[in-house]
Ligand binder design. Sequence first.
Ligand code: HEM
Length: 370
Amino acid sequence: MIQTQTTRSSLSIADRARIMERWSLFATLLAVVVIMLGAWTRLVDAGLGCPDWPGCYGFLSVPQSTESIAVANARFPETPVDVAKGWPEMIHRYAAGTLGLVVFGLAAYAVRHRREGLPQKLPLFIAAFIVLQGAFGMWTVTLKLWPQVVALHLLGGFTTLSMLTLLTLRLRARHKAPSGRLSLAGLSRFRPWLYGGLALVILQIALGAWTASNYAAVACPELPTCQGEWWPADMDFRHGFDIAQHVGPNYLGGQLTADGRVAIHVTHRLGALILLGYFTVLLGLMWRQARQTEMARHVQLVVLVLAAQITLGIINVAFHIPLPVAVAHNAMGAGLLLAVINLLWRFYGQPQTLAASSQNTTTINREVTA
Ligand code: HEM
């Protein structure tokens, strides 16, 4: 329901929702940038470009002058300054810090206008979550790229992005009249299967994060076979998925055996095949019902993003992890997650025309509450 009541000031609730939605959208886009910067930092092996946190060798930015480099090297004699590695790390931290400020601003705005029906719990939860995400950023450095922490930090970034996207969608539903009714005729039965698809996407992203954080990308340098075999005989799943593995002096470049890395890489490929099969059937069935409706473009979006993500994964392997492709594969993984969330959202967030079982059309206008 779009509310137009005026508030104490001259702004209506819809106006406030619009303002907050713009900020939330900005935060969402910034979260994409932060995630991509994180992938870039890892891929140029700059994860330990600054050995401390939140500063860099105790400075606000990367030490550049001869004097500050001398001070930095005296503070951390085991990790001498490498300016080219320090900058990717610090740029990622600056962007993440800015995102944190925007998210706190959103939470403060929601609290300040709490009597005006804006979502409140979600922005507060995102603000709390981003503090945890900052802690994982710190542990990524202080625990020297321990893959468990690196993978959780990546998953935390994707979770933050998903929650910001949901917040943006919810705020949009508050102030924007829907362009047309969304016919869910015959589609509601697919909803639980879409949740299953969402779970598979999350699992596949976690496997991707494990592949990347264990430096298993080049363990299988060719496609579709790996090390010349369809199912390499020496794959070592026990070590590949050992979450108590030791870090060594640090984890840059990885510590796992080659067979462990092959096991991880092959599992990620297998995950992609399962995901592809699942979504081909599910989206194919949905398409038969949805192609004449507003839902069609949301289904198409998932198809496009999934195809792009698989193509990027294949190019990644075939061309031995080119930097832009690897960053794009990370971003498209986030894109796939958002495309599925967006499709699921259509079942909840808009006025819907439910004509599943009869010719009668019932319009349900669901107010999305905080
Ligand atoms: C089907 C959906 C897929 C999803 C959702 C997905 C997701 C991901 C994610 C989130 C990462 C971590 C990226 C990072 O940390 O920068 C990753 C890494 C990787 N993925 Fe995928 N992936 C998919 C399919 C594929 C396919 C089909 C292949 C190849 C056949 C592939 C090959 C790789 C490789 C080699 C890496 C490691 C790249 C690196 O170290 O930067 N992926 N994937």
